[in-house]
Design a protein around this ligand. Structure first.
Ligand code: HEM
Ligand code: 2DC
Length: 469
């Protein structure tokens, strides 16, 4: 017998009281740990209401399969109102991240061909390969300058620059020059704006931005300033390419980047192209850089594993005679390491969909239209889903039969991460070059936790030591 929706356990009756408790427990920064705790208290399904935001939460891969089967033809995520409010406030178009319905689908289909299709890898790899080589050269130079044959540092700023340089070179077919000693202050400002944008978004998940705007709250003003900085910089990059394209007429000999390809294709309006390119540029910085930082942290904590990965890379290099596209097909353990990093340290604490039809999960009836969230962070640490979840074990991903709705770091289906191919390739190339050039070490064994600033970030700086091999 199927139990009714109203019997799902959880705290969903008093949204305001829950918001107050949430705020008292510093829930804005602990969302991932609070979800984990809720699953421990209520079991594999619970209902929740914080502020105005109501959802049903699940944790099992089998239930995730049911959820995604009911996502419908136009999958929709939780609407991040801070982001749509900014666009409405400044009269800017939504890109693929924020669009919904047929408008989303028609844009996404065209973007897929230029951004996530495996065919594009041959175009992206040479661009990303150049950035990877420049990053390594930069680290060698930094090591030289210390005079100690090693460099101990918090790499996050360097990784932000690597990520922005990588995504920009794919989008614009041009380098920004962030691997140089003196960088464009506008580019640095862009990086700072993205961090501020994420940080100011999280409180607005629970308190409506329209209200915060009316009372002139600082968090809303900071949020607007952050997006303004993001859009201004993206506009500059986009105009630059647009102007070049008009001057150059005729088809270019080499791959000109995603933006120029979309403009020449002429299937999306210029405003739609600008909106989605801006989102791709902004979405491509903190996500990959933080995942790489977590990966280096784990490799530093597991020196034997690090040697194993180095051996795999060396063998792949030899077999493919340096052809990077070929090399990327021969590094399953490196790919496993990235999956393992996203399992323990996912960028997104949850995946969500407004379901398009009624479903039954854990024997509860859930009506169409409900927001259902898969607790990605909680699932990654659940011993029933991943045996010995606390252990960083890239080899667990070598058994393909163990993948069923478990490798979800980039989301699922037609609404999954549009930047996935860029992100994966950029991260794989980074690890190949780092493993070939440096040993990564860590001072003491201190556990670094995550903090929620819309995406999950390391709670404190991760200090690593790089030594040339
Ligand atoms: C959406 C994760 C890197 C651009 C998403 C989603 C996740 C995600 C979980 C939601 C998917 C869903 O609802 O099913 C990640 C992770 C990254 C990463 C873990 C790196 C480690 C990037 C990069 C870009 C990007 C590099 C840009 C080049 C986007 C965009 C969307 C998205 C535009 C919205 C797609 C849509 O709504 O159709 N990402 N992402 N992401 N991501 Fe990423
Ligand atoms: C945050 O409860 C927690 O990829 C909320 O590159 C539910 C939620 C909704 C949407 C998620 C968000 C969470 C985390 C960050 C995500 C976002 C969708 C896209 C975004 C996962 C889980 C991200 C980081 C994009 C951002 C691109 C943007 C800056 C232009």
């Amino acid at each position: 017998i199927v139990r009714p929706f109203s019997e799902i356990p959880g705290l969903w009756k008093n949204g305001v009281a829950n918001l107050y408790n949430f705020w008292k427990l510093d829930g804005f920064k602990n969302l991932h740990r609070m979800m984990l705790q809720n699953f421990n208290t209520f079991g594999p399904i619970y209902r929740e209401k914080v502020g105005y935001y109501e959802s049903v939460n699940i944790i099992n891969p089998e239930d995730a399969a049911i959820l995604f089967k009911a996502e419908g033809h136009y999958p929709t995520r939780l609407k991040v109102e801070a982001w749509t409010s900014y666009r409405d406030y400044r009269n800017r178009k939504y890109g693929v991240l924020l669009k919904n319905g047929e408008d989303w689908r028609s844009n996404r289909v065209i973007l897929n061909k230029e951004v996530i299709s495996p065919k594009m890898l041959a175009n992206f790899v040479p661009l990303l390969e150049e950035v990877g080589q420049d990053f390594v050269a930069r680290v060698h130079k930094k090591i030289m300058r210390t005079g100690q044959n090693k460099w101990t540092t918090d790499l996050s700023q360097e990784l932000f620059k690597y990520a922005l340089e990588s995504v920009s070179s794919v989008l614009y077919g041009e380098r920004l020059g962030l691997m140089l000693d003196y960088i464009d202050p506008e580019a640095q400002h862009f990086i700072d704006c993205i961090t501020l944008m994420f940080k100011t978004t999280s409180p607005m998940l629970y308190i409506p931005p329209a209200l915060l705007r009316k009372v002139g709250a600082k968090v809303w003003r900071d949020h607007v300033e952050a997006w303004d900085g993001i859009f201004n910089q993206a506009d500059r990059c986009i105009h630059n390419i647009y102007r070049q394209l008009r001057l150059e007429a005729g088809t270019p000999k080499k791959y000109p980047g995603v933006l120029a390809s979309l403009l020449m294709l002429d299937k999306l309006s210029i405003e739609d192209i600008k909106a989605s390119i801006t989102e791709l540029m902004a979405g491509g910085v903190d996500t990959t850089s933080i995942t790489l930082l977590w990966t280096l942290y784990e490799l530093a904590r597991h020196p034997n594993l690090q040697e194993e990965l180095r051996a795999e890379v060396a063998a792949a290099r030899a077999e493919s005679q340096g052809d990077m596209l070929e090399m990327l097909k021969r590094i399953p353990l490196v790919k496993g390491a990235l999956k393992e990093s996203l399992r323990l340290h996912p960028v997104a604490v949850s995946l969500q969909r407004y379901i398009s039809e009624d479903i039954i999960i854990q024997n509860y009836h859930i009506p169409a239209g409900t927001l259902v969230q898969l607790g990605l962070y909680a699932m990654g640490r659940d011993a029933k889903v991943f045996p010995r979840p606390e252990q960083y074990q890239p080899s667990r991903w070598l058994r393909t039969e163990a993948h069923y709705f478990r490798s979800l770091g980039f989301g699922f289906g037609p609404r999954q991460c549009l930047g996935r191919r860029i992100a994966e390739t950029e991260m794989q190339i980074f690890l190949i070059h780092m493993l070939e050039n440096f040993r990564v070490e860590k001072e003491r064994h201190v556990e670094v936790k995550s903090t929620f600033e819309l995406i999950l970030l390391p709670e404190k700086p991760i200090i690593l030591t790089l030594k040339p091999l």
